[in-house]
Design a protein around this ligand. Structure first.
Ligand SMILES: Cc1cc2nc3c(=O)[nH]c(=O)nc-3n(C[C@H](O)[C@H](O)[C@H](O)COP(=O)(O)OP(=O)(O)OC[C@H]3O[C@@H](n4cnc5c(N)ncnc54)[C@H](O)[C@@H]3O)c2cc1C
Ligand code: SF4
Length: 327
């Protein structure tokens, strides 16, 4: 690991001021992504601003039903919060499906949103990788791309899947990211936060360099809904999703009154399947409809060789999750 300057911020204002001191500064939250990548020499910040002591560790249920989550709330505390477990089960389940107990205890809400991809060529520090070294190429497109590479949202320059489970549940629920920087505060809709790789895969999110995430607000729960997260992977724990889905559904008798479907593991950003939702909304449920909607949720998917099986696995993640919820 290279040498770096270390500062600890006492409040958000000081964190932003410390961050402004040098262009090569990054925030340190739980450190579970950042320190790994520094040890691998993939990230080489000159200055770390430790924000883990900031008083951004509250979960507040607001009078309009929305829930405001501080950036520093740990993945464990969010998953185990009674209101989240009762009203946002898909979010609690998604969090608990990720990493390990020890990692979830350290990992923060903002750090989870900002985590980097798990592509081996990104992390090995030597292979061609446009995300790590712009213009160097993408070793994954014709290489090893079975596990952590996307069939949706990729480009000729990058196909790395977004690794977060939590973000899949959040994009299904609907959320707003609150950012603060030298020029003030602003809100970013969750669906607009993560960027498709396009021809600039090193640009991963909508945050400006001087901004930090202070909170995330979840939309109010869908009235009368049930929700669940289903993660499909090679082994039952401590592994990233090959394909996952978050489904939230509300019914009137046998009709689907409202539905949200999101996918993970198969896409370069947390993926909302709006066409599949539209196909289901207002319709009476049937096995054939679920099958058609599951196929629609993967519309436009492209195989890059080894990861082609994810096109069917993504459909399975949606169909099985929805079928279980409405059984
Ligand atoms: C072995 C292993 C297995 C894992 N398995 C899973 C899994 O199955 N599913 C899953 O979803 N995740 C998994 N993870 C990833 C884990 O969830 C993330 O590492 C974690 O959520 C990152 O949070 P952190 O607080 O530690 O972030 P850090 O490592 O501290 O930071 C990560 C990035 O976010 C930036 N950052 C942090 N806070 C802020 C802020 N407030 N504003 C702006 N930028 C900020 C940092 O500068 C850094 O670039 C795994 C990680 C490991 C190491
Ligand atoms: S998929 Fe993306 S992260 Fe992986 S090698 Fe290609 S450019 Fe790099």
């Amino acid at each position: 690991m290279r040498t770096f300057e270390f500062s600890r911020a006492a409040d958000v204002g000081q964190a932003i001021a410390l961050h402004a001191r040098s262009p090569d500064t990054v925030f340190l939250a739980g450190g579970t992504t950042l320190l790994d990548l520094m040890k691998l020499d993939v990230m080489q910040p000159a200055h770390l601003v430790d924000i883990h002591k900031l008083k951004l560790d509250q979960i507040d249920v607001q009078s309009d039903g929305r829930v405001r989550i501080g950036a520093m709330v740990s993945n464990t505390d969010l998953a185990r919060h009674a209101h989240i477990q009762q009203h946002y089960p898909a979010l609690s389940q998604a969090l608990l499906s990720g990493a390990s107990t020890q990692l979830r205890n350290k990992a923060t809400t903002a750090g989870n949103v900002m985590q980097r991809v798990r592509c081996g060529y990104f992390r090995d520090g030597i292979s061609p990788c446009n995300k790590r070294v712009p213009g160097s190429g993408c070793a994954a497109i014709d290489g090893l791309n079975r596990n952590v590479h996307a069939v949706l949202g990729g480009s000729k320059d990058c196909i790395a899947a977004h690794p977060s489970d939590m973000c899949v549940a959040m994009i299904a629920i609907g959320a707003t990211i609150h950012a603060q920087g030298a020029r003030g505060v602003r809100d970013i809709p969750f669906a607009d936060f993560h960027l498709l790789p396009g021809d600039t895969p090193w640009k991963e999110h909508a945050l400006a360099t001087d901004e930090m995430i202070t909170h995330i607000t979840l939309d109010a729960p869908m009235p009368g809904s049930r929700s669940a997260y289903l993660k499909l992977r090679d082994r039952g724990s401590y592994q990233f999703a090959l394909a996952s889905s978050a489904v939230i559904v509300a019914r009137d008798g046998n009709d689907i009154r409202d539905i949200r479907i999101a996918l993970g593991g198969v896409s370069t950003k947390p993926w909302r399947a709006r066409d599949a939702e539209a196909m289901l909304r207002g319709k009476p449920l049937s096995a054939a409809l679920i099958r058609d909607a599951a196929a629609a949720s993967m519309a436009g998917a492209q195989s890059y060789g080894q990861n082609g099986f994810k096109i069917l696995l993504g459909q399975q993640a949606v169909a099985r999750n929805l079928s279980r919820l409405v059984a």
